[in-house]
Ligand binder design. Structure first.
Ligand code: ADP
Ligand code: MG
Length: 466
């Protein structure tokens, strides 16, 4: 036995005592160690779900145990080998994967014949919770949701690429995984490749290094659907962008579906080549807006129900969900974190989750939510509201359709933040403070005479203060 295999044997023993026999038998035992090189520990796994699970729950621990044994491992990789025996299901105590219900899991463990489906693609692990079933739809995300649904249904490729963008924690990754799960369920033979832009770069760079560009190109050009998450990551990385552009074009030419996400609209990603920006805008560009109160309420209700099912002893007092929806930011990840913390707390102290507990347990988050609105946020929201680019508002353009929104933004900056007039002027492309004074006066006047302006200001103010 070589040293590294020996090390893995010892790690297995450690894990067994750390995570318990049942978890060990369910998740670790089915793995077969392959190799450890370039910081990557590779394993064969009977199902990709098993790999995903290990990746999510035990990767850090396994990597650090490798390091303790003297092997530099920073990441784990799983290769599906359907000939491996799966875990003994009778012993399985952890919940069976939720992904797109059991059919997805079943189609995986059946093991598709080589070359069929996406089994041999370097798809990043998909989160079993990120399905359409678990996605709560509201005004801010209904368009993105509908577009994602449509793409997952297949048929004629109508919008290509689908470009989803929006701030952090608003559900971009969730929707992409949901598309992947749905396609796996309904068209298991389709080759779906989902990966982050970072992974794309990593694959590209190692193909260069190992002189396997041919293999790289073949693999990427053989897929039926390519999904690249967080594409802003490749901005400024020139050769990766270049390769991305070629891959993109090749797939579009073959009428293969492409789904891209980013934290900004294509045109706003600095360091992205213009030809790529314009290519990305060819299809359908939809944004996920920050959540509003109703959507937060819906999401919290859905997540609380799921938690209550798993924690039958716990109850939630009146007003708690509403309070959280009101006070916690639009980032859904933060909302989820708040609920998780409350349930953990309640299960320790064994009592009802009530408003007192919320105050006690979430003090840091609640303090954070009282933070003041910033001028940058105002500029962004106003630009969105009027369908302009942020750069328009900062530009020297004086056309009414740009100048008026700019004045609204200046007015809101003056009334909602504690910034001084000169500071606000500087934020708006280095304008003089007298311009800001003029804008504030103008909007005050118009609010009294122009009901459209009054309404715009009111909507924006409410959105910014939400
Ligand atoms: P992004 O990729 O946009 O940063 P994610 O897709 O990772 O955000 O979402 C962050 C978290 O919030 C995830 O756990 C996701 O499941 C959850 N989430 C976001 N939007 C929704 C939604 N509409 N319904 C249910 N969960 C959501
Ligand atoms: Mg994401």
């Amino acid at each position: 036995m070589d040293v590294v295999t020996d090390c893995w044997t010892q790690i297995r023993e450690r894990l067994q005592s750390e995570i318990g026999r049942d978890n060990f038998r369910t998740w670790i035992e089915p793995l077969s160690f392959i190799s450890c090189a370039q910081g990557v520990g590779r394993f064969a796994t009977p199902t990709s779900f098993n790999g995903t699970w290990v990746e999510r729950h035990y990767a850090d621990r396994i990597s650090s145990l490798f390091r303790e044994g003297g092997f530099q491992v920073s990441r784990l990789e799983f290769v599906v080998d359907s000939s491996l025996p799966p875990a003994e299901t009778s012993e399985r105590t952890a919940p069976v994967p939720p992904p797109a219900k059991t059919a997805a899991a079943a189609s995986e463990s059946v093991g598709l014949p080589g070359g069929l489906g996406d089994v041999d693609l370097p798809t990043s692990p998909l989160d079993g919770r990120f399905t359409f079933d678990n996605f709560v739809v509201g005004k801010p995300n209904e368009l993105a949701h509908a577009a994602a649904r449509r793409v997952s249904e297949g048929g004629a490729v109508t919008f290509n690429p689908l470009f989803l963008y929006g701030g952090v924690g608003l559900g971009k990754t969730h929707l992409m995984h949901a598309i992947a799960w749905e396609v796996r369920l309904t068209r298991p033979e389709a080759r779906v490749l989902y990966l982050s832009a970072e992974q794309f770069m990593y694959r590209f760079v190692s193909a260069l290094r190992f002189k396997d560009m041919h293999g790289f190109k073949e693999m990427f050009r053989s897929v039926d659907m390519l999904m690249v998450d967080d594409v802003q990551f490749i901005a400024g990385k020139d050769s990766t962008q270049d390769e991305f552009f070629h891959t993109f074009n090749a797939l579009i030419d073959q009428q293969k579906q492409i789904v891209i996400s980013a934290d900004r609209a294509p045109g706003e990603i600095d360091g992205l080549e213009d030809r790529i920006k314009s290519r990305l805008q060819w299809g359908l560009v939809v944004d996920l807006h920050p959540t509003d109160y109703e959507l937060r309420l819906g999401i919290l209700q859905a997540k609380a129900e799921a938690q209550l099912e798993q924690n039958p002893g716990i109850t939630i007092g009146p007003g708690v969900i509403e309070f959280l929806a009101h006070r916690i930011s639009s980032n859904v990840r933060v909302l989820e974190g708040a609920l998780t913390r409350l349930f953990a707390f309640a299960s320790l102290v064994g009592r009802e989750i009530n408003l007192d507990m919320v105050q006690e347990c979430l003090a840091d988050l609640l303090r954070h939510s009282e933070r003041k609105v910033t001028v940058d946020e105002i500029i962004r929201k106003v630009a969105d509201h009027y369908n302009l680019r942020m750069s328009d508002l900062l530009s020297a353009r004086r056309a009414r359709n740009v100048a008026r929104p700019r004045q609204v933004a200046m007015y809101l900056s003056k009334t909602l933040t504690s910034r001084s007039l000169p500071e606000i002027g500087r934020k708006f492309g280095g304008r003089d403070h007298t311009t800001v004074i003029h804008a504030v006066k103008k909007i005050e006047e118009l609010k009294a005479t122009d009901s459209q302006i009054a309404e715009d200001v009111e909507i924006l103010r409410r959105m910014l203060e939400a």
